[in-house]
Design a protein around this ligand. Structure first.
Ligand code: FAD
Length: 404
């Protein structure tokens, strides 16, 4: 007996936020969408962090009708204070940025976002979610059109669709299957993170301290009543601290931020409470091949500094959905090419800025000296890409069936 074959207008591999938003925006315009994820449950397990959504992403969720549900789970962020090694301070105040649509960003648990998106998608009659499903391989070729060979709970399934989208994260299997090579820049300063209880009345502010050796320690209020302490560590100093024990880490963090001495003593007692992330800039040589496109982290790995991975992923989804939904309005033979042309230069510019920051790596490309780090990326953090934000309003228009 042959494999079961399904048909769709678009098959999206990876039900992270990027894949789910794209699926919803397509399904709400009547497109037949299949979303595939290897996880069994989208709102359970998976990453537990609570990324900051920038004002443009909040506007998008508002237009999609999801923000009222999500906002109660969030922790607002209104300002960023950054101290240079001499004690000078630069301030980023969301309320004071001309053109910024909201006076805050919002830290939101990824699981809450996944739950809201999944619930909305399940209401769409043209959408299908296949969990517990992974990709065995591509069928066909770039010039004739790829399809997907899947394994759903150990049962083979084939999906044939006009477009195949890989939103399967930074280590995208689809990208590799399509033979799309990548350039990788490794940040050698590990992001070392500790979570403390958020003190009552704590300011809705990131406070970042740079020291004379170029290291950075920052405190960030995040959702679920937590204060994340982040150290972009000097690799050698961190290696020594790891050998000396968690007390040495407490002392190192408290040296940078003396006000943390008491909470660190009270709450940090084991290495199990320490999260260490090694970040990379990942740049695929192209964002699509044939009918297969890359979306979100699979199209661009970034460092978490500046809190943009998710925001970039959502902006990708908006642009791609607009192009796939309105081929008539955008008279282009290839929406994937148009998508790459709009998004890739903007994203790569941001990646370039990150690779220039000495606080993130000890071998920055063209180091930026003595300028505020957040100031260098403030526009990206507050305003997003100018070509993308006008598309947000379009997602609220009355749903209608596509005429393709
Ligand atoms: C510590 C940390 C802090 C961060 N903070 C921020 C922040 O403040 N702001 C911000 O904007 N971003 C932040 N980010 C980045 C952000 O979380 C990611 O950029 C975002 O989640 C990317 O979404 P995505 O949908 O592209 O990919 P992912 O969320 O990685 O989703 C990929 C999906 O694909 C599925 N999948 C993978 N492979 C397969 C396969 N072979 N078959 C089927 N399914 C598959 C996975 O199960 C997953 O559901 C942070 C990241 C980290 C690690």
């Amino acid at each position: 007996m042959g494999d079961e074959t399904m048909r769709a207008d678009c098959c999206i591999v990876g039900a992270g936020p990027a894949g789910l938003v794209l699926a919803l925006l397509l399904a709400r315009r009547g497109q037949r969408v299949t979303v595939v994820d290897r996880r069994q449950h989208l709102a359970e397990g998976g990453p537990s962090h609570a990324p900051f959504l920038s004002p443009p992403s909040l506007d998008l969720l508002g237009h999609m009708g999801l923000l009222d549900t999500l906002e109660p789970y969030g922790q607002p962020l209104r300002q960023i204070w950054e101290y240079d090694p001499r004690g000078g301070r630069t301030t980023l105040d969301y309320a004071s940025v001309p053109g910024c649509t909201r006076p805050y960003a919002l830290s939101l648990p990824l699981r809450a976002l996944a739950a809201a998106l999944e619930e909305a998608l399940l209401k769409e009659p043209t959408a299908r979610i296949m969990t517990g499903t992974s990709v065995r391989g591509l069928t066909g070729e770039a010039d004739t059109g790829y399809g997907l060979d899947l394994l759903r709970n150990d049962v083979p399934v084939r999906v044939l669709s006009r477009y195949v989208i890989g939103s399967d994260g930074k280590f995208s299997a689809l990208r590799e299957m399509a033979g799309i090579g990548t350039q990788v820049f490794a940040f050698d300063r590990p992001a070392v993170m500790v979570e403390l209880p958020l003190p009552v009345g704590a300011p809705e502010r990131i406070t970042a301290y740079r020291d004379v050796h170029g290291a950075l320690v920052a405190t960030m209020p995040v959702a679920e009543g937590k204060l994340t302490v982040l150290w972009a560590a000097d690799p050698d100093a961190y290696a020594q601290i790891k050998e000396s024990g968690v007390g040495a880490l407490r002392r190192r963090l408290a040296r940078a931020v003396p006000a943390l001495t008491t909470p660190l003593t009270a709450h940090l007692s084991s290495w199990d409470q320490v999260m260490e992330v090694r970040h990379h800039v990942v740049r695929p040589e192209r964002w699509y091949r044939g009918n297969l496109g890359l979306l979100g982290d699979s199209a661009h790995g970034v460092h978490s500094f500046g809190a943009q991975g998710l925001n970039l992923a959502l902006a990708d989804a908006v642009v791609l959905a607009d192009l796939l939904n309105s081929t008539a309005k955008n008279p282009t033979a290839d929406p994937l090419a148009a998508y790459e042309a709009i998004r890739r230069p903007y994203v790569e510019h941001f990646q370039e800025l990150q690779t220039q920051l000495g606080v993130l790596s000890s071998n920055p490309r063209q180091p930026v000296r003595d300028t505020g780090m957040y100031a260098a990326i403030a526009e990206v953090m507050t305003l997003g890409q100018p070509e993308v934000t006008p598309l947000h309003a379009l997602v609220t228009t009355t749903p209608q069936t596509t005429t393709r």
